[in-house]
Design a protein around this ligand. Structure first.
Ligand code: NAD
Length: 405
């Protein structure tokens, strides 16, 4: 393995490591040479993953407990320092869903999701950065620290049925950027991923893997980017947000100023001058969310299948933009006004919802028929609303396999 890609001698914490993406990321980090501290809720799952790693010569310990509890964070850090002598990498991954519209969501559903995602990410970040800052001060210079946080396209889009989840993921993204800015001088690099994968979280939405061949939505296809960001080569990447699934990774642009409004005579705003300056720019029916980013939906078609047709809506200061349309099997959503031209599911279409549930329904002809993504050449394409799209030169890598270092 190339020296810049190896994690030999590094120690990583991975939360939510018993299943899905966390398990795949833990196996990949261990395969790259890292010793891993694995967290998940108490139960056999996280211990089984640790056993899977140690059975093939890797180094792993399980540290179970609620990731939203401060004591769990302290125990993970203590396990890393006590068992492996240090901490270099934190992969905050744990997640849970309690989907409901904002007008029916209970405070408990809100609190649980915010606790597991946002507080969980905070605790892992808080303890690790304090440790690295202290190490840096002792060393008199930067040390090695990597944080990979787990956000979601649900935040980018403003997923209608997931106000708790989208808000938590927005918070995680902001936490990532804050950490990147405040801790770079200590040697810390913090980045976030918005993954897509067929896991227990998305099982009822994405369905079963295609029979035969590699599954383009296997969590193993997300793990290589996480491992790369965790490695020495990740030194140059900080405060970024990647959408990643299958053989596609898009690095997102930060929000940008779209239009600047000013008073006519450089005076302060009055109600009348607001109406005069801003009013003419917003002439639509107001039913679409202006801040939502839907650019990554087109990427979904590369590993998932075709995405339901975009809806057009005008944004001030910008040409007509796109809005995605929610389409369910055999029916369409919204008022007659919302029924825009585009692809409408026909009988027999493979239609299902994505992880954001309430916003989109994707159809999966490729996946359902077991077809694999076509070979792609390596390139980096600047594009509106996302900084670039990265694709591997061939088909997405196959499963990472066992941690057989
Ligand atoms: N699967 C996707 O398509 C997708 C898309 C976007 C974002 N994500 C994010 O990726 C992360 C992993 O999701 P996944 O799809 O692998 O889900 P998953 O359900 O397969 O795994 C989540 C893990 O977190 C654990 N967990 C839940 N609550 C916990 C707690 N309080 N303390 C410790 N562990 C806890 C679960 O036991 C489980 O092992 C989540 O943050 C999720 O929001 C996933």
């Amino acid at each position: 393995m190339d020296h810049d890609l190896t994690l030999d001698g590094r120690t990583a914490i991975v939360t939510g490591a018993a299943n899905g993406l966390g398990r795949a990321e833990a196996l990949a980090l261990a395969q790259a040479g890292a010793a891993v501290v694995l967290n998940d809720l108490a139960g056999p799952g996280v211990h089984a993953v640790a056993d899977e790693i140690t059975a093939v010569g890797g180094r792993a310990v399980a540290c179970d407990g609620d990731v939203g509890a401060w004591t769990t964070g302290e125990a993970m850090l203590a396990a890393a320092l006590g068992t492996f002598g240090g901490l270099d990498i934190v992969v905050n991954n744990t997640g849970v869903l309690r989907d409901r519209m904002v007008f029916t969501m209970s405070p408990q559903e809100w609190d649980l999701v915010l606790r597991v995602h946002l507080r969980g990410h905070f605790i892992g970040t808080r303890l690790a950065t304090a440790y690295w800052r202290d190490q840096s001060k002792r060393a008199g210079g930067p040390v090695y620290g990597r944080i990979i946080n787990t956000s979601s396209e649900a935040f980018l889009l403003g997923s209608a049925g997931q106000p708790n989840y989208a808000a938590a993921k927005a918070g995680i993204t902001a936490l990532t950027v804050t950490t990147a800015r405040s801790c770079a001088k200590y040697g810390v690099r913090a980045n976030a991923i918005c993954p897509r994968a067929r896991t227990s979280m998305t099982a009822d939405l994405l369905g079963a893997a295609p029979a035969g061949g590699a599954d383009p939505l296997a969590p193993e296809h997300v793990a290589p980017l996480v491992t790369y960001l965790a490695g020495p080569a990740g030194e140059a990447i900080n405060g970024e947000v990647f959408v990643v699934h299958g053989g596609v990774a898009a690095v997102m642009d930060p929000p940008r100023v779209r239009t600047v409004f000013r008073t006519a005579d450089a005076s302060m705003w009055t109600l009348d001058s607001v109406a005069e300056a801003i009013g003419p720019a917003f002439t639509g029916d107001g039913s679409a969310a202006g801040f939502a980013c839907e650019d990554t939906l087109s990427l979904a078609s590369e590993t998932i299948g075709s995405v339901a047709a975009p809806r057009e809506a005008a944004r001030p200061g910008r040409d007509v933009g796109s809005r995605s349309r929610r389409v369910s099997p055999g029916r369409t959503q919204g008022s007659a006004r919302d029924q825009r031209p585009g692809r409408v599911p026909a009988p027999g279409d493979h239609v299902l919802r994505d992880e954001r549930r309430a916003d989109h329904v994707l159809d999966l002809p490729q996946v359902a028929e077991g077809a694999q993504p076509r070979a792609r050449s390596a390139h980096f394409l600047p594009d509106r609303g996302r900084r670039g799209v990265l694709r591997p030169a061939g088909r997405p890598r196959a499963r990472c396999g066992q941690a057989d270092r």
